[in-house]
Design a protein. Structure first.
Length: 561
């Protein structure tokens, strides 16, 4: 049973057959003295194919200087042969099967079409112009049809426009080289053609060197600007956004995936993705040190430039992603020998990055690592400075004041309400004096743990001083505050330390905004007064004012109540 041929394969085979057929029909009748010119032209085509001049994310080749010079000297078939030989030599870099054959056939058809138009015009400059226009039209239309069959989208037309621009630029640069080639060949025959190769080589080298210098200068400016933005970042998200901006400017159409090191594990977790393609990004949430090239990079903390991932064993992130990233920069974010995370910069086409790009990526990755580490340490320092130094899960009063100020501003702007609750722990001095301060700290920790179970995660519990605590109930009504106060007091009264024969207790008081005041000082005063009233009431109920305060245990002096 014959295998079904896809439309794209059928199109490529038709193109492949068309080129040789037209050459055979035209015939191969040309003088032997043209062979030297053909060989020089073929070498020029091969050199341009093997070492294209990079411009941004595209490139130009000066193949026109080779085959069109041969065309002006020897005619159509020598030009096709020179171009074909040059392209075949270029296949040393990588033969892509039917795609390479179809590309050669497109070239042959375009040259033959240009030659046909060439002979219907005069003078020479008009003929050359019409040849180049015809070649551009036929070549780019056949390529466009290929891309439309493959993927009919806006991106296809963008690629077509970019390709057409680079082809026109190639003709403009090749024009003086073609003139030099023809004049030298007319004057000195084959030696002249050989001499013409050196201006071609010089222009190619100068253009490549000039672009590399421009690229290096631009990359340096980008690195300095991005480094300054990253250094000034106040959050990890700011670092990610600055890094994405720099990557998009430096490597257009590239993917950026940023991972952060998972604490206490040799693995990273995805935190930021820039994916400029239509399908959803397929990158894994977590990557372990044992997974492919990415895992090796995590483990070794060494940067890696992958020129073509299809030639590498062990795909770098996902073996099943729909759009394989052929060119990849793997950039560990390391500072002080500490792995902070990993940056992956990738492109779906091969050979998109070089050593200068790797060095730039390393600079940006290092700067990101330093900034992220600084932010982590700052967050940790702020967290520690906001916590009570002795009791876990408890803020200090300075942090509470900042939180209360913020809540007051929100309440004023949005018309919301909140409540403040004061409470102090009964008999702390007695426990400290009788059982020691470590036991007193255990008592306070038990109270704090009990209260935390009765409040919401966004409420703020802080130590006011000694045995007094203060609680901020965000967005709480007066009734909710009263219920919370009663619930907390009841839960604490049910607690007991195993080594102390006494029941715990707290005195509480609350103030509600705006019912009990609209100023912070006023609210704290009301809550404190209500706590004192509750303390007195509880003493009366227990008979504390009669001289003793016996609660499931020994006599406790009333001033400690």
């Amino acid at each position: 049973m014959l295998r079904r041929i896809s439309p794209i394969q059928l199109y490529l085979w038709l193109l492949t057959v068309a080129g040789p057929a037209l050459i055979i029909v035209h015939g191969l009748r040309w003088a032997s003295h043209i062979w030297g010119v053909v060989i020089v032209g073929a070498i020029m085509v091969a050199a341009s194919t093997l070492w294209p001049i990079k411009l941004g994310q595209g490139s130009i080749t000066l193949v026109n200087a080779g085959y069109f010079s041969v065309f002006l000297i020897g005619g159509t078939i020598p030009a096709v042969v020179a171009g074909s030989l040059g392209q075949m030599l270029g296949w040393v870099k990588g033969f892509k099967g039917i795609r390479s054959l179809a590309s050669w056939s497109i070239f042959s058809v375009s040259v033959l079409a240009g030659a046909y138009v060439f002979h219907h015009f005069s003078p020479l400059w008009v003929q050359a112009s019409m040849f180049s226009l015809t070649f551009l039209f036929i070549n780019n239309m056949l390529v466009l049809i290929y891309y439309l069959i493959q993927d009919n989208s806006v991106k296809t037309w963008q690629l077509f426009a970019e390709g057409l621009f680079f082809d026109v630029l190639s003709w403009v640069i090749s024009a003086p080289l073609i003139l030099i080639f023809v004049l030298l060949q007319k004057a000195y025959h084959t030696p002249g053609a050989i001499l013409a190769f050196f201006p071609f080589l010089l222009i190619t080298l100068l253009l490549g060197l000039g672009y590399n210098l421009y690229r290096s200068h631009k990359n340096t400016l980008t690195a300095v600007r991005v480094a300054a933005e990253i250094a000034a970042a106040s959050s990890p998200e700011d670092v990610y956004r600055s890094m994405e901006k720099g990557i998009r400017e430096t490597f257009p159409s590239s993917v950026l995936v940023m991972y952060r090191k998972i604490p206490h594990r040799l693995a990273v977790r995805r935190v930021h993705v820039y994916y400029p393609f239509e399908e959803p990004p397929p990158y894994k949430e977590e990557v372990l040190a044992s997974e492919g090239i990415t895992g090796w990079t995590i483990e070794s903390r060494s940067s890696e430039l992958i020129d073509d991932s299809e030639k590498v064993i062990g795909r770098f992130v996902n073996p099943r992603i729909p759009r394989i990233m052929r060119s990849v920069l793997l950039l560990p974010m390391v500072t002080d020998r500490l792995l902070i995370g990993l940056m992956v910069v990738a492109h779906p086409e091969p050979h998109q990055y070089g050593p200068p790009d790797l060095r730039l990526g390393q600079i940006l990755a290092t700067q990101a690592a330093v900034s992220l580490r600084k932010i982590d340490l700052l967050v940790e320092t702020r967290h520690l400075s906001a916590k009570d130094p002795l009791l876990a899960g408890l803020y200090n009063f300075r942090y509470f004041q900042e939180a209360l100020d913020r809540e007051m501003r929100v309440a004023e702007e949005e018309g919301t309400d909140f409540a403040v609750i004061f409470f102090d722990v009964d008999h702390l001095k007695f426990v400290n004096d009788t059982y020691g301060h470590l036991m007193g700290d255990r008592l306070l920790q038990l109270v704090v743990d009990t209260v935390r179970l009765e409040i919401r995660e966004h409420d703020v519990l802080a130590r006011y001083g000694g045995d007094e605590f203060i609680l901020l109930l965000r967005r709480a009504s007066q009734k909710a505050a009263e219920m919370a106060m009663e619930r907390i007091q009841g839960k604490v009264s049910q607690c007991q330390l195993d080594t102390i024969p006494m029941t715990l207790g707290i005195s509480v008081g609350y103030a509600h905004y705006p019912s009990d005041g609209v100023a912070i000082e006023q609210l704290l005063f009301v809550a404190d007064q209500r706590m004192y009233q509750n303390k007195v009431q509880r003493r009366i109920e227990r008979g504390a004012l009669k001289g003793t305060d016996v609660v499931n245990g020994p006599n406790i002096p009333s001033e400690n109540g």
